[in-house]
Design a protein around this ligand. Sequence first.
Ligand code: PLP
Length: 417
Amino acid sequence: MDFPILKDLKAAKELIWYNENYTEFDKVKDKLPVSHEDVIEAEKRLKRFAPYIKKVFPEVADGIIESPITPINNMKSHMEKVYGKKIYGSLLLKRDDLLPIAGSIKARGGIYEVLKHAETLALDNGLLKLEDDYSILANEEFKKFFSSYTIQVGSTGNLGLSIGIISAKIGFKVVVHMSQDAKEWKKDLLRSKGVKVVEYASDYSKAVEEGRRLSDGDPNSYFVDDENSRDLFMGYAVGGMRTKEQLDNMGVIVDEDHPLFVYLPCGVGGGPGGVALGLKLVYGDNVHCFFAEPTHSPAMLLGLASGLHDKISVEDIGLDNKTLADGLAVGRPSSFVGNIMDKILTGAFTVEDYRLNEFMKGLYKEENIFMEPSAFAGFLGPILVADKYQNENITHLCWGTGGNLVPESVRREMLGS
Ligand SMILES: *Cc1c(COP(=O)(O)O)cnc(C)c1O
C-alpha cells in the first residue's frame, strides 16, 4: 500500500488532502444509496414528532431540534493575526454545540434513529397511526409499552448522551457502552437519567463490538450502530439540507460565483458525512465539504486516500489514536459513509491537538462562545484552503459540533480560567 500522503499521515503531520475522485454532483447523485426523497422523508418524520418533542422537552419551543448560524468576525480577525494569513471571504459558525437535549451534533442522528425505532414499534403494534398527534407518545401506556424494549449503543461519549437521554425519555431501557476516553461527567449525567453505563478499559471499537454482541443476543434489544447506521446518517442529512433555508434567510448567497466551504469535524464519519450529503443535495457543486480530524486519529482520511475504508485503521499505520478531541478518537472509519463520500467530498485535513485548545480559548475570548475541543477541528480549514482559493466571495462555515452540556467546572478547567 502506498499513496502520496501516507508518509505524512504516519508521521502525524498536519496536512490537507484534495480528493482526486471528486466528481460533479449531477453525475454521482443517482448512484448514491441515499436520495433526496429519503432525506425529505426523514425531515417529515421529525415533523411528525415535533408535538411529542415539544411536550417532553418544553425548551424546544417548536419541537424542531435545530441550531443557529452566526458570523464570527472577531474570530476571523484573530485567526488572521495568529496565523499571519488572510482568510478570503466571510466566516460563519454553525452552532450545533447549542442543539437542545444532547448539546452536540449527535442530537441530529441519535435522536432521529431512536424516534424512528419508537415509531416503527408503535405502528407495527397498532398503537399509533401516521396521522395521530404524536404527543400521545408521552402517555403512560406508551412508556409502559416501550419499557419492554432495550436500546444499546457503543460510544466515545456524545452519541451515548444523545441516545441515552432520548431513549430514557421515551421509556426504553437503555445501555450505553462507553470507551475509556469517555469523560466522567458524561457517564455521571447518563446515570442520573436512569441509563445503564458499561465501561470498557479499551477504545471505541471494543465498546461498539461488545455492545453489538450483547444486543444481538436479545430479541427485544435494538443496537444503534454508529459505524453502519443509515438512520443516524439520515438524521444528520436533514441538518445539512436545512442549512440552505437558514443561509437564505440570512441573505447569504450561494451560487457558482459565491461558493460555500464547509468544515466538518469527523470521527467515524456519520455526522459529517450526513451533513455533507444534505448540503450537496441542496447546493450541488456550489458547496465544498471538508472533513477535519486529529493528526493522531485520521481514520476517514486514511480510509478515503487509501481506498481501503474500514479495511484499515490508524493503528495499522502506527498511530496511537490518542487525542484530546474525545468525539473524534476513532481509529477505523465507517465504510458506509466512506463509500458515499468517495466522489462528493472535496477534501480532508488533519490538525494537531494543541490547536484545538488554541481555537477553543480564542473563540471564547473573541466571541464569548464555549465549545468542546472536538468542535474546533474544522477551524484550520479556512486558513489551509487560502493557499488554493483566493476568492473574496467564499462563505466559510465551520461546523461547531458540541459543548453545551459540558459542566461549568469542566469548562473552566479546559479554558484554564
Ligand atoms: C461525534 C462527534 C463528531 C463526529 O461525528 P462522527 O459521526 O463520529 O464522525 C464531531 N464532533 C463532536 C463534538 C462529536 O461528538
